[in-house]
Design a protein around this ligand. Structure first.
Ligand code: ADP
Ligand code: MG
Length: 200
């Protein structure tokens, strides 16, 4: 039962979006649970209309749910700005820590700070998100900067599409909304890489 956690120092980095999309991706392979550990409860809000093909529960509900049901994948969505102790707990409590960041200076700086506070044996990877469309080159530039600096990074990022906001509003996975199939391709293309990364 692999556990994937999403974390970033910065808010609005696409943690919740990534958690829901990863769960939408993995629930095809087995029962998947998203644990919403953010007091803002964004993942819970997304799930409320009932259109997601997996369960979302609160942090305090999780233990009991996991006793009564068998899950193949656990995805942890967390609040921004964790302190050092929380980062350590989080890193030790999962098989893979994914740190999503938009390809901008504030996001990348926050990611670098988080990298410093991770225990040295953490299995983690950066996911570039909200990559603006061409001719903007922010995504490519951030990717090459990350690689040059030796950060573990997924080989492709997640592009910016309005479909993500629409998916929250409708309470469904992104592939279900208009324009969402194109957005969804980014996730299907990194699926194998996520599986490889879980194995460490
Ligand atoms: N790839 C993307 N394209 C467009 N909008 C996105 C994308 N990823 C996230 N968003 C939007 O950005 C905002 C913040 O994303 P969210 O997942 O809630 O971040 P976090 O959980 O890190 O605070 C949300 O409104 C979300 O719909
Ligand atoms: Mg969130």
């Amino acid at each position: 039962m692999p556990i994937i956690s999403l974390s970033s120092f910065k808010g609005g980095a696409s943690k919740t979006t990534s958690a829901i999309c990863l769960a939408s991706l993995f629930c095809d392979d087995g029962a998947t649970l998203v644990i919403d550990a953010d007091p803002n409860r964004s993942a819970t809000t997304w799930a409320r209309p009932g259109g997601l093909p997996f369960q979302v529960c609160g942090e305090k509900e999780a233990a009991k749910l996991m006793r009564t049901q068998k899950f193949e994948f656990i995805i942890f969505d967390t609040p921004a700005r964790p302190n050092d102790v929380e980062v350590e707990d989080l890193a030790r409590g999962c098989d893979l820590l994914i740190v999503p960041t938009p390809p901008d200076l504030l996001g990348m700086d926050a990611m670098a700070l988080m990298a410093k506070s991770l225990p040295p044996d953490t299995n983690w990877k950066v996911l570039l998100t909200m990559i603006p469309p061409p001719p903007q080159r922010d995504g490519e530039e951030a990717m090459s900067a990350l690689k040059t600096q030796g950060y573990p990074v997924f080989s492709r990022g997640i592009r910016f599409y309005k479909a993500y906001k629409d998916a929250v509003t409708s309470g469904v996975p992104v592939y279900k909304v208009r324009g969402g199939k194109v957005a969804w391709r980014d996730w299907t293309e990194i699926k194998n890489e996520v599986i490889q990364a879980i194995k460490g």
